[in-house]
Write a protein that binds this ligand. Structure first.
Ligand code: R5P
Length: 294
């Protein structure tokens, strides 16, 4: 094992050198099998290589959540504007028609609620057969690097990756942050790289300073979480900066469904992710759609 202390932390990210050109549009998946690539192509739009995921899995730890009180009313309306739904099997089966026919990031870890002070102890809550039955495009498993439940959450991730690899289903490794957990560049560099090295095909994490270093050091695509609700222009600015610095998309929840106009917000995020709108233009677009000018 490498020494823990006195390690040199950085040498060179070669930010001026692009990774080698590949033919497949998803980073790190050039050598994946056909089925895996087919599912990744449901997640990452082959035309842009990017994705807009709508995360509405909050109920699995928070119960009914502001903006998601009625999944059946809120979620289907947003379907045309997203590439992927990220949700639990219970929410999908009950509130999303199977004609949705887009990417599905199936939340497969579970284990504690907001009532628990330490939420880092999860289990795999969905078996591979049910993920196949639901035609999941990927399985989402949360890891708690640096928290008491670190080891078991890594075990959950590795088990999901092994099971998914048997059937060509990618795994989305979710970097959790918690009350006592760091949100530094150093932490996200560590956590994202660990998840990719365990075999996660996609990593979900938060935007941070020097985000381009986090992207450069992670050999698979990074999608950016939204986090707590902020004003719409700020959320668009964060998404824009993340995309410019190399994110392969966003996986946003509260900043979409808690927005004043969730559909307009979804459309505006899509403009940033797939059409390179800057945040100012995207915010103008959001307001125009909200005010029904467009
Ligand atoms: C994290 O594991 C879950 O996917 C969250 O429910 C999701 O990331 C929350 O999205 P947001 O922070 O954008 O509301």
């Amino acid at each position: 094992m490498a020494d823990k202390d006195g390690n040199q932390l950085e040498k060179d990210y070669h930010l001026d050198i692009r990774p080698p050109k590949q033919n497949f549009h998803v980073k790190g998946a050039e050598h994946a099998d056909w089925g895996m690539k087919d599912r990744l192509s449901r997640i990452f739009n082959p035309a842009t290589g990017k994705t807009v995921m709508l995360a509405f899995d909050h109920g699995y730890i928070m119960g009914s959540t502001a903006g998601l009180e009625r999944l059946d009313l809120v979620v289907p309306k947003l379907a045309p504007e997203v590439d992927v739904f990220m949700a639990t099997r219970g929410a999908i089966r009950t509130c999303v028609p199977p004609t949705f026919n887009k990417g599905l990031a199936l939340r497969c870890s579970a284990g504690s609620s907001v009532l628990d002070d330490d939420m880092s102890h999860e289990v795999i809550g969905v078996n591979i057969e049910d993920a196949i039955r639901m035609n999941a495009s990927c399985m989402a498993v949360q890891t708690f690097i640096g928290a008491p439940g670190e080891k078991s959450s890594i075990e959950n991730l590795c088990k999901a990756i092994d099971a998914g690899n048997r059937y060509g289903i990618p795994t989305l490794g979710v970097v959790a942050v918690g009350k006592q957990m760091e949100r530094t560049t150093k932490f996200f560099l560590l956590a994202t790289r660990m998840l990719a090295e365990f075999g996660a095909h996609i990593v979900k994490t938060y935007y941070c300073d020097d985000f381009e270093k986090v992207v450069a050091a992670c050999p698979v695509p990074i999608v950016v979480a939204g986090g707590k609700k902020v004003p719409e222009d700020e959320a668009l600015e964060m998404a824009y900066k993340a995309m410019v610095e190399g994110a392969a998309g966003v996986d946003m929840g509260r900043n979409i469904f808690q927005a004043e106009d969730p559909l307009a917000m979804c459309k505006a995020i899509g403009k940033v992710v797939h059409e390179n709108y800057n945040s100012k233009l995207a915010y103008q677009f959001y307001r125009d759609v909200k005010n029904k000018i467009k």
